[in-house]
Write a protein that binds this ligand. Structure first.
Ligand code: GLA
Length: 404
């Protein structure tokens, strides 16, 4: 009897595995890449995308970990008589397969965009009713990442539409990272861990540090507004399932201090790092922010724990993120318009993360080393208290760790 039960459980287990809707073991750390939308919107063509891939390598972005080149809306042409989708012939004359091959030849990966509705948000053909055919086409082209939007979806249910595309991708047989983009409307963090690898938690980002762009029936949000919504959802994130607070606006004109704070907040929240600027025309400051390996290491930490805001004192927010090997990222974010000086007295510091139960304790003999993650150097230990000046709307980021 026991043997029969064992065999039955093993068969059920195997079935569950086969029946899984998404590709597991993809996006075990937050995906990193570039997407055309924030900077280029409808102005996409194969020449620009190739140049962006070249720039991703030449600027050191690839070496820093950026991997996916994703074409957002407006690559589409028409469906053929059998219903298969093709790209716009004028803007992608060599076809998508040739473009994907080029991107792969650079050691990068290729992503594309579609929509669960009848039309994309830019009124291009959506995937509704063509999910399996579109997934087949993407697999044939060599697509590695699909961003899947939510326009033109009246009477469509998110919890049906996203699993349908997830299953279609799986059936097409090519491992494809599946990025849900329904703006948090149906709380995807509660159900999409089995369906995709990341989900947008908010409406679209807007190139502003602290504003709301109100269009009446929809709104776009600044960095701080998005951060507030996204930071509440840390319990749902982890390897293979990420909260996505939208693509980066670093390099699109934001002041350097705000861009640095934006990037740091995204890293502390274990967010996907999808650059949204023109990689062919970056100044040195933008490159140094986007390729800061210390902050990227925080974002990409293998534990995959989304960090949290611990306290706010005099407009300075203290954020923490537990890292592997009992290390911690500690960020001071000055929300105000004037510099703030702070002093950390390590001998009194003991903080427990209520979600993970992990404790940072620098009291008594628990001496830790301190690395400044923006200066990229060690700045001492917790033996003595540390004084810092956090510039206006900027951050001071530290790694607190013990010698292994
Ligand atoms: C929606 C998405 C954006 C972008 C556009 C394209 O607004 O949220 O990120 O993909 O559609 O039309």
């Amino acid at each position: 009897m026991k043997t029969k039960i064992f065999i039955l459980s093993a068969v059920l287990f195997l079935f569950q595995r086969v029946d899984a809707q998404k590709y597991d073991n993809l996006a075990l750390t937050p995906p990193m890449g570039w997407n055309s939308w924030n900077k280029f919107a409808q102005n996409v063509d194969e020449k620009m995308i190739r140049e962006i891939a070249d720039a991703m390598v030449a600027t050191g972005m690839k070496d820093a970990g950026y991997e996916y080149i994703v074409i957002d809306d407006y690559w589409h042409g028409k469906r053929d008589s059998l219903g298969f989708i093709h790209p716009d012939k004028d803007r992608f004359p060599s076809g998508i397969k040739a473009l994907a091959d080029y991107i792969h030849s650079k050691g990068l990966k290729f992503g594309i965009y579609s929509c669960a509705g009848y039309e994309t948000c830019g009124h291009q053909p959506g995937s509704r009713g063509y999910e399996y055919q579109d997934a087949l086409m993407y697999a044939k082209w060599g697509v590695d990442y699909l961003k899947y939007d939510w326009c033109s979806t009246k009477y469509i249910n998110t919890k049906e539409a996203y699993p349908t595309m997830s299953k279609a991708l799986k059936a097409a047989g090519r491992p494809i990272v599946f990025s849900l983009c329904e703006w948090g409307s149906s709380h995807p963090w509660e159900w999409a861990g089995e369906v995709g690898h990341l989900w947008r938690t908010t409406g679209d980002i807007y190139n502003c540090f602290d504003c709301v762009d109100d269009h009446g029936d929809w709104k776009a949000y600044g960095v701080l507004q998005i951060m507030e919504l996204n930071q509440k959802l840390r319990a749902y994130a982890g390897p293979g399932k990420w909260n996505d607070p939208d693509m980066l606006e670093v390099g699109n004109g934001m002041a350097a201090n705000e861009a640095r704070a934006h990037f740091s907040l995204w890293c502390i929240m274990a967010s996907p790092l999808i650059a949204g600027n023109d990689l062919r025309a970056m100044d040195a400051e933008t490159i140094s922010i986007l390729t800061n390996k210390d902050m990227i290491t925080v974002d990409q930490d293998s534990l995959g724990i989304q960090g949290f805001r611990y306290e706010v004192k005099d407009s300075v927010e203290t954020w923490l993120k537990p890292l592997k090997n009992n290390a911690w990222a500690l960020m001071y974010f000055n929300r105000s318009h004037s510099p703030k000086s702070i002093e950390v007295d390590w001998k009194n510091l003991q903080i427990t993360d209520t979600l993970t139960g992990k404790t940072l304790n620098t009291t008594q003999k628990n001496i830790h080393l301190i690395r400044d993650l923006w200066l990229n150097k060690e700045i001492g230990s917790t033996k003595k208290s540390t004084k810092m000046i956090v510039p206006a709307r900027d951050v001071f980021c530290l790694k607190i760790y013990r010698k292994e």
